[in-house]
Design a protein around this ligand. Structure first.
Ligand SMILES: Cc1ncc(COP(=O)(O)O)c(C=O)c1O
Length: 469
């Protein structure tokens, strides 16, 4: 197909995730054609530095021949094996064993899905089943965080707390509740300890209001990703986990973004010694080379389900592609690259450079906040650094930033509320970070050079380039 035909066919037939359908029709698709290392190439031949690992998933970078070989070998040997009827495949069993070995000790059992949304959906079904099977059927209420993202399954989208996922979708359900996000920049807590205490108090108050006998679980991301990379202070995750233990509700860590080295260790829970009851993962599990997610489950939850009522009855939860052998073979090679291949170590070693590059941009007139952990980070743009005021939506700043970044050969996430999200691959080199921050600073300068943006900024802006718009 010619490029114009492709764009027209996309406009007519392909529904894209999380866009305004009318805006997409008007704009047209950007077709990506190939990728190598940390660079993407579009169909017009433009080369783009990927500072977002696709959609926070290609943690390895693109084009690793060993991953391609692992997939090809498995495709030739056994491209599909059902997990139904007691069948299984070697790579899936090995990957489940590795995940159990490498994840927090509380997690002993693995159910594989195709991605994060169905991992969250599976976790929700298992939790419902568990409480019914263990004679506590009143425990149905779920608590999550404002600004949280837990995918877009029918029920999981109600745990998600982003308005686009609720509008016209009839969620959240009456059993789904949200407490305040640990959003340090937009709160005035005296210190980290005060923020942590406030989160624990909010959870306790919500459970007290609903009655502990009615609450099933608390879901959270160790660092909120799609809600704007909200990085809680160290100690927050552990405090929330311990609060759940005291309140007798399950603690579910959604590590779909934070897993697989994104924040430094293999899992963010590891950094604080947190042992969740359930954990959801996806993305970095296969580094995006094939679809796969998983729910990791404690032995107590597993045994509760297994022994609930008629032990001979099937537990009616399944997917045709659960534990897909090709995805599992890819997962095994990706895990090898994280460990023996040195990717986790490289990600940890590059963390300070990433942090320094983001923090240096605090000096830029548009930047109000810089936050990060490992190779997950964000800049929050404000029109007034003192009051932390944002920008009028009519300015469409995120669209301008994304367009300017593209023109400068850089891809990252420009969220609707003027937060810029970054998730570079763990394979980034020093010079690739230099390029990222060079292109990012130029992008911010280019947007600031637009007269209406400049005039939205409080006070006089010292502007260093002369070619102002
Ligand atoms: C924390 C979290 N949970 C769940 C999901 C949903 O995963 P998927 O898009 O693979 O369905 C995402 C996706 O970004 C996520 O960030």
């Amino acid at each position: 197909m010619s490029i114009p035909s492709l764009i027209e066919a996309d406009r007519r037939h392909l529904i894209h995730p999380v866009v305004s359908y009318r805006a997409h029709e008007a704009r047209g698709v950007t077709v990506l054609e190939s990728a190598q290392g940390v660079f993407l190439r579009d169909i017009d031949g433009n080369e783009l530095l990927d500072a977002f690992s696709g959609l926070w998933c290609v943690n390895t970078g693109y084009g690793h021949q060993s991953i391609v070989d692992a997939a090809t070998k498995q495709l030739a040997r056994l491209p599909y094996a059902t997990g139904y009827f007691h069948f299984g495949s070697e790579p899936a069993i090995e990957l489940a064993s590795q995940l159990v070995e490498l994840s927090p000790a509380s997690l002993q059992h693995v159910y594989f899905t195709l991605g994060g949304s169905d991992a969250v959906d599976s976790a929700l079904r298992f939790i419902t089943h568990y409480y019914n099977a263990t004679d506590r059927p009143s425990k149905k209420h779920l608590i999550a965080l404002q600004r949280g993202y837990h995918g877009s399954s029918s029920i999981g989208a109600g745990l998600t707390a982003l308005p686009a996922f609720h509008r016209h979708f009839d969620v959240p359900l009456p059993t789904q509740h949200h407490i305040a996000s640990p959003y340090g920049y937009r709160n005035d807590f005296a210190d980290d300890a005060a923020l942590i205490s406030a989160s624990v108090a909010a959870l306790e108050a919500k459970v007290a209001q609903l009655g502990a006998d009615n609450v099933a679980a608390f879901f959270c991301e160790p660092i909120q990703g799609s809600g704007g990379v909200i990085v809680p202070p160290v100690g927050w995750l552990n405090a929330m986990r311990e609060a759940c233990r005291k309140l007798d509700i399950l603690f579910v860590a959604d590590e779909v973004i934070t897993g697989f080295g994104r924040t430094g260790p293999l899992f963010a829970c590891e950094a604080e010694g947190v042992q969740p009851d359930l954990m959801t993962v996806a993305k970095g599990l296969t580094a995006g080379y094939a679809p796969m997610g998983a729910v990791l489950m404690s032995d107590a939850v597993y045994q509760g389900i297994a022994d609930g009522g008629d032990v001979a009855a099937a537990i009616g939860h399944g997917h045709t592609y659960s534990a897909h052998p090709v995805s599992a073979a890819i997962g095994l090679e990706v895990m090898r690259r994280y460990h023996e291949g040195g990717l986790l170590a490289n990600g940890i070693a590059r963390g300070p450079r990433f942090a320094q590059g983001l923090d240096a941009l605090l000096a830029h007139p548009l930047v109000g906040d810089s936050r990060h952990r490992g190779l997950l980070g964000a800049l929050e743009l404000v029109s007034d650094k003192e009051t932390r005021r944002g920008f009028e939506a009519s300015l469409k700043l995120p669209d301008r930033i994304a367009a300017a970044a593209y023109a400068n050969g850089l891809v990252f996430r420009a969220f609707g509320d003027n937060i810029l999200g970054f998730a570079p691959a763990l394979s980034y080199t020093e010079s690739e970070f230099d390029l990222l921050f060079e292109r990012l600073e130029k992008t911010l300068d280019d947007v600031l050079a637009q007269t209406d943006v400049r005039s939205a900024i409080k006070g006089s802006v010292e502007f260093k380039r002369t070619a102002a718009a």
